[in-house]
Ligand binder design. Structure first.
Ligand code: SAH
Ligand code: SF4
Length: 368
């Protein structure tokens, strides 16, 4: 299989074009076709000489994510299921920053992207890991999710469009879809550099958040990357006892090691970390957890993001009652921790990662 052109940085394309004795401005033209116009084939690149297009076609692929299924409509959360070239499925979720509850258009959008097909980490509550890990996404497949959503957006009829006049619809990226991003480290970082570059996606590093289940060595590696991405830790338990029960990764990198890596990250970057904490009834929602959670949050200068659990078909876990979530939040606030509680119903369209893929693949398996 040929390498995809979108897995190359500007410098790498420049080197290739120099080899071919192509003038430098051709690189700019090509990047414009890829990232500003989001071309879907070489023939569309009408200002590139035919001979150059032919050389490109022979050396590189130009893969496009195929929309297999979409849930959600209008200006609410929209979930995309993409079919990759090898027939695998991945998901991306487009979330309006300000859901247009009263009919106003919302112009800021966050795209939640995947980094792997499946996930090897097997957290007990998560749909992404249920059928195991299949493969890492390539650089072009990570980038392709943003391009495909923007292409889809531009094709919408005006009255249904999210933001009819703008060329760009994705302003923020959260790497919280399927897979463990830090287990696909090199492809992730290269893709994010391209999405951040002014010649590429043009999305500020501070508008890109990477979420990890706690791969301590890779957190240390991320700390010395020059770009200022935001970091979120999927904590979900403030003691080893709780984390061990629901997240197998904690046996490899227990809390002491994870916390030390986060502390170093925070010191080196000087940036605030977010601790994600899903509230699961009877598992991690007792007030006993709030004290160690507060201690950790303060040590890391972190804020805590409480998320009531989204039901996953086939798994026994349930979200606690609203009062339990509110009580947990109040207890943290009393301990002087900056915390938020997600109150909207995220469950309507299987918003938690991995669920749409699981449903589709299992549905297909049944119908075969
Ligand atoms: N593997 C990375 C990123 C993908 S998961 C990580 O674990 O951080 C993104 C977030 O969704 C994680 O915080 C994960 O714990 C959370 N999540 C998974 N299943 C969920 C569910 N059913 N309800 C709510 N959040 C869920
Ligand atoms: Fe993988 Fe993250 Fe799901 Fe855990 S929560 S199984 S690390 S995707």
């Amino acid at each position: 299989m040929l390498p995809d052109i979108k897995s190359l940085t500007r410098e790498e394309i420049e080197t290739q074009f120099k080899d071919w004795k192509e003038p430098a401005f051709r690189v700019t033209q090509l990047l414009d076709w890829l990232y500003a116009r989001r071309a879907t084939n070489w023939d569309a690149m009408s200002n590139l000489p035919k001979a150059l297009r032919e050389k490109l076609r022979q050396q590189f692929s130009l893969q496009i994510l195929e929309l297999a299924r979409k849930q959600g409509a209008g200006d609410t959360t929209q979930k995309f299921l993409w079919k990759l070239a090898d027939g695998s499925f991945i998901e991306s979720v487009l979330i309006p920053a300000n859901p247009a509850l009263y009919g106003e258009a919302s112009d800021r959008h966050t795209l939640c992207i995947s980094t792997q097909v499946g996930c090897a980490y097997g957290c007990k509550f998560c749909a992404s890991g249920l059928d195991g890990w299949k493969r890492n996404l390539g650089v072009h497949e990570i980038i392709g999710q943003i391009l495909a959503v923007e292409r889809w957006h531009l094709l919408q009829p005006k009255e249904e469009s999210l933001e009819p006049t703008a060329n760009r619809v994705v302003n923020n990226i959260v790497v919280m879809g399927m897979g463990e991003p830090l287990a696909n480290y090199d492809n992730l970082i290269k893709a994010l550099k391209i999405l951040n570059a002014p010649w590429g996606g043009g999305i500020g590093a501070r508008k890109i958040t990477i979420s990890t289940s706690g791969l301590a060595p890779q957190i240390r590696k991320l700390a010395v990357e020059p770009l200022q991405f935001r970091l979120a830790i999927s904590l979900h338990g403030a003691t080893d006892e709780v984390r061990n029960r629901i997240m197998p990764v904690n046996r490899k990198y227990p809390l002491s090691e994870l916390a030390a890596a986060c502390e170093d990250y925070q010191k080196l970057k000087g940036r605030m970390i977010t601790l994600e904490y899903i509230l699961i009834a009877g598992i991690n929602d007792s007030l006993e957890q709030t004290r160690p959670l507060a201690t950790l949050a303060k040590r890391l200068y972190a804020k805590v993001n409480l998320i009531p659990y989204n039901k996953v078909e086939g798994l026994p876990w349930v979200r606690p009652a609203d009062e339990v979530c509110e009580r947990f939040l109040a207890a943290l606030e009393k301990l002087e921790v900056t915390a938020t509680l997600r109150r909207e119903k995220g469950g309507d369209i299987d918003a938690a990662c991995g669920q749409l893929r699981l449903k589709t693949e299992r549905g297909m398996a049944r119908s075969h």
